[in-house]
Design a protein around this ligand. Structure first.
Ligand code: FES
Length: 284
């Protein structure tokens, strides 16, 4: 299975269908605020993995009830709940998928295909149960559960092996050594300008001075490691934000909160102090 998924990552034949679907998704989910909501910007955490808990929980519970006598009615309710709640979860997943890198989109396409088949089987299961064909409903339910379990396995590969929608910058913190690190002389640090500096020789951070306050933030964008130091500072919703030059994610300079996707994760701000006129930072 692992070897197969590695082949899928590299299979460019999936790109034609993927590119078409990406256009449809981006063309359909038009308002940026809707896309941000689905990315989980308001939570500071990707929304899709949270939303799938409802259908997964309902479907697994229905399968357990299907193995017990006299539980047709609650099992039908749970299959219905799972099928209906899977739709918004799928929309949030497609929204995330459309902002992934190409190799991730290939695996994501297979993940979505498996889940679409699973949802179709569950819709058939629900229809069968509602029309009194409970044996057929159970059989389709177990088939659906097997298929969405396969989809979940592929989704795990996408998230944990390929790093889709996980915070790409947080590993920088794990490489940073303890203690205060000198970054810049305050006397020469310009106002309202993005400056890039390195900590421990290869951990890039951005500095942004506003008055006597200086924000120090990891430079790697949490979405896909874009260089925030090459981005722009814009005012969004009344807050000064740094906007990633790659896909437009924006993070508040006075806290690191994500205010605009596709990143669903906040950016890490580092503590600062001024020692003998020198700006220093350390691990949070
Ligand atoms: S890398 Fe995608 S928004 Fe920054």
């Amino acid at each position: 299975m692992r070897a197969l998924l590695t082949k899928v990552e590299q299979d460019s034949r999936l790109d034609r269908a993927g590119d078409r679907l990406q256009k449809v998704v981006l063309g359909t989910l038009r308002p940026r605020r809707l896309r941000d909501l689905l990315h989980g910007v308001t939570l500071g955490h990707p929304l899709h993995p949270a939303m799938v808990q409802v259908p997964v929980g309902a479907w697994i519970s229905a399968a357990v009830l299907d193995l017990m006598p006299g539980q047709r009615r609650p099992a039908t309710v749970l299959v219905g709940l799972g099928t209906v709640s899977a739709l918004p979860a799928a929309v949030a997943g497609l929204n995330d998928w459309a902002a992934l890198a190409r190799d991730q989109r290939r695996v994501g396409l297979v993940h979505a295909a498996a889940n679409t088949v699973g949802m179709t089987l569950y819709a058939g299961s629900l229809a069968a149960r509602l029309s009194g064909r409970h044996g057929m409903g159970r059989a389709l339910g177990f088939l659906g559960l097997s298929t969405v379990s396969l989809g979940a396995y592929i989704g795990g590969h996408l998230a944990y092996k390929q790093g889709a929608q996980v915070n790409q910058s947080v590993s920088e913190l794990h490489r940073m050594t303890d203690g205060w690190h000198s970054l810049a002389d305050m006397a020469t640090l310009p106002q309202r300008t993005l400056i890039t500096r390195e900590v421990d020789d290869d951990i890039s951070v951005i500095l942004y001075r506003h008055g006597d306050e200086v924000t120090v933030m990891l430079e790697r964008c949490p979405h896909q490691s874009g260089p925030l130091g090459e981005g722009e500072v814009q005012e969004i919703d009344g807050h000064a934000c740094v906007v990633c030059p790659w896909h437009g994610s924006a993070f508040r300079l006075n806290g690191g909160e994500v205010v605009q996707g596709p990143s669903g994760n906040d950016q890490q701000i580092l503590p600062t102090r001024i020692q003998d006129g020198v700006l220093q930072t350390r691990l949070p």
